[in-house]
Design a protein around this ligand. Structure first.
Ligand code: IMP
Ligand code: MG
Length: 181
C-alpha cells in the first residue's frame, strides 16, 4: 500500500529512499561480518519488512531468528516494561548477533535486549535500526547502523503500526493525531 494515504499527515521516508539506504547499510554490514558468521535477530513484528529487504541485500550468508518483545501497550507511549512474548529458537551462545529493529524511541527495548543476549553468552551483539528518534540519545546503547534519524513524532508504515494497522504502507510517515486522539 502506498505511503500517500489520507491518515498520513507527512511522509518522512519514501519506499525509494528506504531501498537506497538499505543497499548502503548492506555494504557496511557485509564488510563488518566478512570473516564472521552472523545471526540476524529480527524483532517482531515491526522489523519484518526491514529484515526481508536487508537480508536479501546482504552478500554474506546469514541465519535468521526472531523474538517478540513488548514495551508498548496498544497506545503510543512507551510503558518501560519489556516482556518476552516469543523467545529465540537459536542458542546465541558464542554467536555474533545482529539485532534488526524497526525503530528506536526510548531505547528501553534494545538496551534490555542487548544485555539479555550478552547474558546468554553471545560473542557480540550489534544493532541495526531503520529509524531512530531523538530520545534514543538518552540511553547508553551503541547502535552501529541507523537508516534514518527522524523527529519525535508517532510514525507508521514499513512494518510500524498503530493498533496493528498501517504496517503494509511502503514508506514511513507521521500518523494524523486525529486517528489516535
Ligand atoms: P523503545 O523501547 O521506546 O525504543 O520502543 C521501541 C519499540 O516501540 C519499537 O520497536 C516499536 O515497536 C515501538 N515504537 C516506538 N516508536 C514508534 C512509532 O513512532 N510508531 C510505532 N511504533 C513505535
Ligand atoms: Mg519494534
Amino acid at each position: 500500500m502506498q505511503i500517500n494515504h489520507p491518515d498520513i499527515t507527512q511522509v518522512l521516508v519514501t519506499a525509494d529512499q528506504i531501498r537506497d539506504r538499505i543497499s548502503e547499510l548492506a555494504k557496511e554490514i557485509d564488510e563488518f561480518y566478512s570473516d564472521k558468521d552472523v545471526l540476524l535477530l529480527g524483532v517482531l513484528k515491526g522489523a519484518v519488512p526491514f529484515m526481508a529487504d536487508l537480508s536479501r541485500a546482504l552478500s554474506i550468508p546469514a541465519q535468521q531468528d526472531w523474538m517478540a518483545v513488548s514495551s508498548y501497550g496498544s497506545g503510543t507511549v512507551s510503558s518501560g516494561v519489556v516482556r518476552i512474548l516469543k523467545d529465540l529458537d537459536a542458542d546465541v551462545k558464542d554467536r555474533h548477533v545482529l539485532i534488526v529493529e524497526d525503530i528506536i524511541d526510548s531505547g528501553l527495548t534494545l538496551s534490555w535486549l542487548t544485555s539479555n543476549l550478552k547474558a546468554r553468552g553471545a560473542a557480540s551483539v550489534e544493532i541495526v535500526t531503520l529509524l531512530r528518534k531523538p530520545d534514543a540519545a538518552k540511553v547508553k546503547i551503541t547502535v552501529r547502523w541507523v537508516g534514518f534519524d527522524i523527529p519525535n513524532e508517532f510514525v507508521v508504515g514499513y512494518g510500524l503500526d498503530f493498533n496493528e494497522n498501517y504496517r503494509s504502507l511502503d514508506g514511513v510517515g507521521i500518523l494524523s493525531p486525529a486517528v489516535y486522539s
